[in-house]
Write a protein that binds this ligand. Structure first.
Ligand SMILES: *Cc1c(COP(=O)(O)O)cnc(C)c1O
Length: 394
């Protein structure tokens, strides 16, 4: 019998190839890449080509970035470990102590926390302004303002920002316009075509679409600023896992189809909900009674997206009855999944606010936000009808 060769199990063998190639993007989990010799490694660093260490970049992130770049009409997009990592990289790479940032007053909860608590701690001042009013955004500017940060559709009240007005304000003041395009997605709105300097995504949501990958994306118009944000991403360790990138790329194959179906469902559901007894209001941009309807239709190419909110009477007891009557409508604080999810801001994203502050925003105990999925629309409407009627009987 031949004795086994010492250590042979830890020596990696070459990956078998052949004239054919895999149809599916390979998953490359390698943390490190071996180079033939120091000269070759030197050339790699000089040219910034190839891969050395996964925190600095890896093939699955590059493949995913290129796909989102295509959707956004961007170049050199950067994939990050989460949507918050994308926002963090923009702030860490693009701001310094003494700068000032203006943000929308209904930004995503964690972004608001960065604005209200973490940036000030680092010597960066912040102000919030209503993004449906470009003059309010202009009034918040200071000589040291460096960035305006906005989301096109607000969470959870589904208001639509005056993007044209804000872009003009940013341009006149020479301030960077940063757009978080997570809710709208490039299928409804492409911020670079409307004057944005930086576009951010939580890829976790509609782009990846299956609630199994946590990722972000940032694209930057100015190459010098892009380099600074890229460096912050690598240095602060905000970079993504190859497996999540691989899942998200697979999710993107069906992005257009998923979004179109979810949007058609949302439009049908909005109409059905508005007709239900006990419904106080339905907020959906494509409905003529939406407060920003005309602006939304002009900005979003006549589309309403997959997000809607509604309000029922009856307070917390009715809200409990609604979620319990339809457990198949996942009551979960996320959005953009293939399946419909329901969130209740008063007990989740907006729980830290006083009831009075919530009331100012129009968020009562009967307020729900719906991320509409791609189910059979008749099924969805039946489930919601049952849930709302159970809430009414409460
Ligand atoms: C979810 C979300 C984020 C944060 O993204 P994560 O991937 O959860 O870190 C940022 N902005 C918006 C609008 C979001 O919905």
């Amino acid at each position: 019998m031949k004795p086994p060769r010492p250590n042979s199990l830890v020596r990696r063998t070459a990956f078998p190839g052949g004239p054919s190639r895999p149809l599916v993007t390979p998953l490359q989990p390698s943390v490190v890449y071996a180079s033939p010799d120091p000269d070759a490694l030197d050339r790699q660093y000089e040219e910034g080509s190839g891969f050395t260490y996964a925190r600095e970049g890896h093939p699955n992130a590059e493949v995913l970035a290129a796909k989102i770049d295509m959707l956004e009409g961007a170049e050199g997009g950067i994939v990050t470990g989460s949507g918050m990592a994308a926002i963090g990289a923009v702030f860490l790479g693009g701001l310094k102590s003494g700068d000032h940032v203006v943000g929308g007053d209904q930004l995503y909860g964690r972004t608001l926390r960065l604005m209200n608590e973490d940036l000030p701690r680092m010597g960066i001042a912040t102000s919030l302004a209503d993004p449906t009013d470009a003059e309010a955004v202009r009034a918040a500017l200071r000589p040291e303002t460096r960035m305006i940060v906005v989301e096109v559709i607000s969470n959870p009240t589904i208001r639509v920002a005056d993007m044209e007005g804000i872009a003009a304000v940013a341009r006149e003041a020479g301030v960077l316009l940063v757009v978080d395009n997570t809710f709208t997605t490039p299928r409804l709105f492409r911020p670079f075509e409307s004057g944005a300097d930086i576009v951010i995504h939580s890829v976790t949501k509609l782009l990846a679409g299956h609630s199994d990958a946590t990722l972000g994306y940032v694209a930057v118009r100015d190459p010098v600023l892009r380099e600074a944000i890229m460096t912050a991403n690598v240095t602060w360790g905000l970079t993504p896992s190859p497996f999540d990138c691989w899942l998200a790329e697979r999710g993107l194959h069906s992005f257009d189809l998923r979004l179109d179906r979810a949007e058609a469902n949302a439009a049908a559901l909005a109409e059905a909900l508005a007709d239900l007894p006990g419904m106080a209001r339905v907020i959906y941009p494509a409905r003529p009674d939406h407060p920003d309807h005309n602006r939304a239709m002009a900005l979003l190419g006549g589309r309403g997206g997959n997000m809607l909110s509604f309000e029922i009477a009856g307070g917390r007891a009715a809200a409990n009855a609604l979620t319990r009557a339809a457990p198949e409508l996942a009551f979960a604080p996320t959005l953009g999944d293939v399946g419909t999810t329901l969130s209740h801001p008063a007990s989740s994203s907006h729980r830290a606010l006083t009831p009075a502050a919530r009331e100012t925003l129009g968020i009562s105990e009967g307020f729900f936000r719906v991320s509409v999925g791609i189910e059979d629309p008749a099924l969805l409407i039946a489930e919601f009808s049952r849930a709302v009627s159970a809430a009414g009987r409460n």
